[in-house]
Design a protein around this ligand. Structure first.
Ligand SMILES: [Zn+2]
Ligand SMILES: [Zn+2]
Length: 339
């Protein structure tokens, strides 16, 4: 079978290797679709702080169960599945208290342990998440980023009818907007600096879109929601500017969920947290219930992640898929790789 290893930043080498056999407690999956995400691009560029080379990448994927190892129950060859790509220790404080997404020894497939960029992939059975037979492989590969959005909304402790602002209309921002609406938000505003992304966001359900390059976001929040502003802010960019907008634009006493991955040490008016009694909470990855909820909401059409796919590549053309994702063209949202 074919396997793609990133041997150094920007260089992927294909190898013909033997197909894996499932070990005890393992499931071998024939990989069918895999998305390329922002973190993958960081690895491609050599800018990911927690990944070393060589590494087989790929963590948002779907496929068909090919074989199961000894001791595996409830999963049969032929099942259509996706996979929670996190390997956790089960022993540390967060693991013992039901928050394994922030495990002290967290390893993510494609970053600290090998991922799915190969035709057949052996994974622990307890990471496998079944999807309905009528869900497409692309949609099933998008369960992972959808689960990121659902976890973020969970961290928000959102109430029914909430008014919400999402900063950033990349895939995670748009999915967070859809997830918030699916879970009861009454009105969502989304911002970005690229019109194409805002158009997609509007088509997929955003009530208000704001181009932050042309409009002052805090002003737009007051104009749209009135002086009471919004109930919740989601920062889905991970940049100094949007973090500052979040603390400046949040209603006093409200919550900001930071979903974007932040590099360095941004200069943000953190004093406003104290002065305005703001709450700022982080959101990392997801847990199994977020995956299951994502499967349910995609099945019912409340989350439409495949609408975010802007280009498709064959597995053999994986380097081209990375190149396109790394260019971050104005009309690029999600690059999907098909096997
Ligand atoms: Zn990802
Ligand atoms: Zn742990």
């Amino acid at each position: 079978m074919l396997q793609a290893t990133m041997v150094e930043p920007g260089r992927i080498v294909f190898q013909d290797v033997p197909k894996p056999e499932p070990g005890r407690g393992q499931v071998v999956i024939e990989v069918k679709a895999c998305g390329v995400c922002g973190s993958d691009v960081h690895v491609w560029r050599g800018e990911h702080p927690f990944t070393s080379y060589p590494i087989i990448q790929g963590h948002e994927f779907s496929g068909v169960v090919e074989s199961v190892g000894e001791g595996v129950e409830g999963i049969t060859p032929g099942d259509k599945v996706t996979v929670e790509p996190s390997i956790v220790c089960g022993r540390c404080y967060p693991c013992r208290h039901g928050r394994y997404n922030i495990c002290y020894n967290l390893k993510v497939m494609g970053f600290q342990t090998d991922g799915c960029h190969r035709e057949f992939f052996a994974v622990p059975a307890d990471r496998v998440v079944p999807v309905p037979e009528d869900m497409s492989f692309e949609a099933a590969a998008m369960v992972e980023p959808s689960a990121v959005a659902l976890h973020a909304v969970g961290r928000a402790d959102m109430h029914e009818g909430a008014k919400v602002v999402v900063l950033g209309a990349g895939p995670i921002g748009i999915l967070t907007m859809q997830a918030a609406k699916a879970l009861g938000a009454s009105e969502v505003m989304i911002t970005d600096i690229v019109d194409f992304k805002l158009e997609v966001a509007r088509r997929l359900g955003a009530d208000h879109v704001v181009n932050a390059r042309r409009e002052d976001v805090v002003g737009a929040i007051e104009e749209t929601f009135g002086e009471d502003r919004a109930d919740l802010m989601f920062e889905c960019v991970g940049a100094e500017e949007t973090l500052e907008t979040a603390v400046q634009g949040a209603r006093k006493g409200s919550r900001i969920v930071v979903v974007g991955v932040i590099g360095g040490r941004p200069g943000v008016s953190i004093g406003l947290l104290q002065d305005r009694e703001l709450e700022m909470v982080g959101s990392l990855m997801y847990m199994r219930h977020d995956f299951l909820k994502a499967v349910e909401l995609i099945s019912s059409g409340k989350l439409t992640p495949t609408e975010l796919i802007t280009s498709r590549y064959k597995f053999q053309d994986l380097p081209d898929a990375y190149r396109e994702a790394a260019e971050r063209g104005e009309r690029n949202l999600k690059v999907m790789v098909e096997f």
